[in-house]
Design a protein around this ligand. Structure first.
Ligand code: ARG
Length: 660
């Protein structure tokens, strides 16, 4: 017998193609301009109705097959949306694209989820001269809910809210699936190629806290896309080209004339940069020489390329230290990569008549934008704008990206807006098909709410910052006397996990759009929504299984044989919370706001605590401390919680430890 999953998958794919064809047909039919006779029109209408009917049947069977064959986690919210979508369609077949809204209910007493479509639908009908009360609409929707395995009952409340109560056996079955298959991503429509441009520091200049934010946020976005099954290209658009290299190379030639044979000691590249900048500003001769160096570098003279490589290597090693600490994988593809492509891109814009001359500069002014791009400077050199145009084109056509995301501070939003507008103007992409987006973030502030600086007012070096994190996390562990319990190896692991986890989490748990205050005290606090709290919560859950003496194998067997009971109010609450994971990820995919995941994990941890406080998992003899009873279905709830938490950590780039 063939592989049933593969078989189903190919059937699903076939059906998807059929659905696509049918949808296209329907679209065509909707546009009866070309039609002449009314009898033809009637015929088409009839055919249209039949096609729609067939399409709906196909869609439903597709969904059913998908849920049967897949190991993937079910997105309950989405499934409910589909059910309500069908119900609305059946209740009001003539209403064009009715509003569909299903959300989880915050208060359990109103049910588990809620559909709020009736109110918006009443509005819609009113605007067409139809007065129907939302309650009436809600009733009709409820009457048309198709048979399904999810909904226990519905209630209409207030002006027309439909409260949904889920079936316990359904939720229990999903938990069992999760325990047996592990935390699998929700099914993916099609495998898309994603480019994430993040981190992107500048050679010889400081990698500052802004780059740290970009590194942390960008890495987490990549991890999310990767988990969901996308094909992700992580790009480091390093600033490794430009006029500053002229002065760096000129200075190198003066200070270390034998640099071609002996590696120069420029460990402190920033000091080197400062020295050369000083000379550049003060010494006319030097300045001239620096400009000559730029020209010779651009014409790729080997000696100059060698000098350039030397300088880049020093920076690269510094950046790598940071990436190693934070476990960041990224491919360097700096501005220099686009050198030749820039020439072509400028030519392309010129040939299309899209370039204007402005005081010796060549500019591109996309419609509706308030500032133009400078594609060639008056001295003939290219700019940040030019390299970003070339990069955009290469990513669209070379990489065939379906999604391109740029993670930089919000200060660059204007720059990207014009770049994207120019790309659309010249017809490189259609934003309805390709998603090209700037994911901006606010600035990092010190605890004084001013720009993040050291006490002496200098900019903070990232490596110093990470070192301080390590020191402080060790202090915390010692304060709790963990050094007396853990082996030295465990202690170091815990120290790194807490230090780097906290720095990442503090960044990710705030809405990236806002500025955020960097505070070691806050991020290392193990109460509240911090990595320290979550990491401790996770190890605690893990230790419950240890306490009960259950190994992985026993848990796996239990998952297959023991039903996850959800009779206790707190069990029910926890079970539903665990299963909200896919809908959280789905939302982040749309808005790229990772703090939603942090909020969710925090909610999961606190919901778990509520459960653990009122439901015995392991019962012990008070006198002997011996385990007398293990409530296996509750152990399974612990396990499912831990599994989802671990996956969440993974997406945030946090490394949990077994003991801490
Ligand atoms: N190197 C730039 C900076 O430090 C960030 C580059 C972002 N990516 C891009 N394609 N422009 O500000």
């Amino acid at each position: 017998m063939g592989d049933p999953v593969a078989e189903y998958t190919s059937r699903i794919q076939r059906q998807e193609r059929e659905i696509k064809c049918l949808s296209d047909e329907i679209e065509k039919l909707k546009n009866p301009e070309a039609l002449v006779t009314s009898s033809q029109l009637d015929e088409l209408r009839e055919e249209n109705a039949k096609l729609k009917y067939r399409l709906n049947i196909l869609k439903r069977s597709l969904r059913e097959e998908r849920s049967q064959c897949s190991k993937n986690m079910t997105n309950i919210n989405q499934r409910l949306q589909e059910i309500f979508g069908d119900a609305i369609q059946a209740a009001y077949p003539d209403l064009e694209s009715p509003p569909l809204s299903v959300t989880p209910n915050q208060q359990a007493k109103f049910g588990d989820y809620q559909c709020n479509s009736a109110m918006a639908m009443a509005q819609m009908m009113k605007s067409r001269g139809l007065k129907v009360s939302p309650r009436e609409i809600a009733e009709r929707i409820v009457q048309n809910i198709p048979d399904n395995e999810m909904i226990q009952k519905t209630e209409i409340a207030g002006p027309g809210f439909i409260n949904v109560h889920l079936k316990k056996p359904f939720v229990s079955k999903l938990l069992t699936n999760l325990l047996i298959n592990g935390v699998q991503p929700p099914p993916l429509q099609s495998r898309k190629r994603v480019v994430v441009d993040f981190s992107s520091p500048n050679i010889a200049k400081e990698m500052h806290v802004g780059h740290l934010r970009s590194t942390i946020i960008g890495d987490s976005m990549c991890r999310l896309f990767e988990f969901l099954g996308y094909d992700v290209l992580r790009l480091n658009h390093v600033g490794d080209w430009g006029t500053q290299f002229g002065m760096l190379i000129a200075h190198l030639q003066d200070k270390f004339p034998n640099y071609l044979t002996v590696s120069p000691p420029i460990g402190d590249l920033q000091a080197f940069y400062k020295e050369s900048k000083k000379r550049f500003d003060e010494d006319e001769e030097f300045k001239k020489k620096a400009y000559q160096c730029v020209v010779r570098l651009q014409s790729k003279e080997p000696e100059f390329i060698k000098a350039w490589n030397l300088i880049c290597d020093v920076s690269r090693m510094e950046f790598q230290k940071i990436y190693d600490c934070l476990d960041i994988k990224i491919i360097e593809r700096g501005e220099s990569y686009y050198q030749d492509r820039m020439t072509d891109v400028v030519k392309e814009f010129e040939e299309r008549g899209l370039v204007q001359l402005d005081e010796g500069r060549k500019i591109v002014f996309p419609p509706g934008q308030s500032i133009p791009l400078t594609v060639v400077k008056s001295d003939g050199g290219y700019t940040y704008d030019t390299s970003d145009l070339a990069a955009l084109k290469q990513r669209l056509f070379g990489e065939k990206a379906d999604i391109i995301i740029y993670v930089t501070d919000s200060g660059q939003a204007g720059h990207f807006q014009v770049i994207f507008a120019a790309g659309q103007m010249i017809g490189w992409y259609d934003p309805k098909v390709t998603r090209v987006e700037h994911a901006g973030f606010g600035v990092v502030l010190g605890e004084d709410k001013k720009k993040f600086k050291t006490r002496s007012g200098d900019t903070v070096r990232l490596m110093d910052l990470l070192d301080e994190g390590l020191r402080r996390s060790m202090d915390k562990l010692k304060e709790k006397e963990r050094d007396k319990v853990l082996t030295p190896d465990e202690l170091t692991k815990a120290q790194r996990s807490v230090a780097f986890g906290c720095i990442k989490y503090a960044d990710l748990s705030h809405n990236r759009i806002n500025d955020y205050v960097f505070s070691f005290d806050k991020m290392l606090d193990d109460r509240g929504n911090t990595a320290a709290y979550l990491l401790y919560a996770y190890t605690r859950i893990r230790s419950i299984t240890r306490l009960a003496n259950i190994d992985e194998e026993a848990l796996r067997r239990a998952a297959e044989t023991t039903q996850v009971l959800l009779d206790h109010e707190k069990e029910w609450k926890l079970g539903k919370c665990i299963l909200r994971f896919p809908e959280i990820l789905r939302k982040i995919l749309e808005d790229l706001l990772l703090h939603t995941l942090c909020d969710y994990l925090y909610e999961l941890a606190t919901t778990f605590t509520e459960f653990y406080d009122s439901c015995y998992c392991v019962e012990k003899d008070r006198q002997t401390g011996e385990v007398v009873k293990v409530n296996m279905w509750r152990m399974l709830l612990c396990e499912a919680t831990a599994a989802v938490m671990a996956k969440g950590f993974d997406i945030l780039g946090l490394t949990p430890v077994q003991r801490m």
